[in-house]
Design a protein around this ligand. Structure first.
Ligand SMILES: [Zn+2]
Length: 258
């Protein structure tokens, strides 16, 4: 027993060293065995392009992660909205896509997912919101209409699902010490360093919509980078090659052509 414990302890040290040295987790999974039911798989196949672009092995991992995610979060409809299987599977799919390169993928700061039919009034700043991450309530709040538009129109760089889940991931990274959080912090520092370079600043000025976020708030900037990464990877890579590279490393994202 002691020997087993000690072996495990050594393994954890090695795993940490590996993630630090190679900028990725040694394992993203120990076991992959949970499966979605056929009607849930149909939802992914019909509405979630990313899934169709994955290899068979990665499809199995993606399914396993969605089952885990669905079992851990409580979905609550607000303002007349009835939570359907499609709503649950697609929200879980966006969350699991963003965290697919990580070992830690279930967003420990979120317990509840609240879904409104459309934009909702938020008391956080007394304004209408399309989405919101509320760490105090351990809740991610989404407008279903805007969530759907976010990934159905996939080249406008707007994706409220990715945006809000990135807020949750970044706050978790700030307060945790797991290997993915450590990698997040390291790559985010690299991203911030880029913002001090004149040529990057000039490019940001040209890309107006980016600039608004870049120098206001680190959380907003990272959320917008993530939206850009998933919606327009080719553009992002061409215009901001370094930022693209660090974002890819931060997410450890080597799937489906990214
Ligand atoms: Zn935001």
């Amino acid at each position: 027993m002691v020997l087993l414990g000690f072996t495990f302890f050594l393994f954890r040290i090695f795993e940490g060293w590996f993630a630090k040295s190679f900028n990725r987790p040694l394992f993203r999974h120990y076991f992959v065995y949970k499966k979605l039911i056929p009607s849930q798989i149909k939802i992914l196949e019909n509405d979630f392009e990313f899934y169709n672009n994955l290899s068979e092995k990665h499809k199995r991992q993606f399914q396993h992660r969605i089952v885990e995610f669905l079992s851990k979060k409580k979905f609550i409809g607000r303002g007349e909205l009835i939570v359907t299987e499609q709503i649950k599977v697609l929200i879980a799919a966006i969350a699991c896509m963003l965290s697919f390169g990580r070992k830690n993928y279930t967003y420990s700061l979120i317990d509840f997912i609240l879904i409104y039919p459309a934009e909702f009034y938020s008391t956080v700043n007394n304004n209408f919101h399309k989405g919101e991450f509320n760490p105090k309530e351990r809740a991610l709040v989404l407008s279903w209409k805007d969530f759907l538009e976010g990934f159905q129109i996939n080249n406008d760089n707007l994706n409220v699902g990715i945006h809000e889940f990135m807020h949750a991931m970044q706050l978790e990274a700030k307060n945790s010490s797991d290997i993915d959080s450590a990698r997040f912090t390291k790559q985010f520092q690299n991203i911030l360093k880029q913002l001090t370079k004149q040529e990057v600043k000039d490019q940001l000025d040209k890309t107006k919509y980016f600039r608004e976020y870049a120098f206001t708030n680190q959380y907003e900037f990272m959320a917008v980078l993530a939206e850009y990464f998933f919606e327009s990877p080719q553009d992002f890579k061409t215009i901001f090659p370094k930022l693209y590279d660090y974002t890819k490393k931060l997410l450890n994202f080597n799937f489906a052509g990214y």
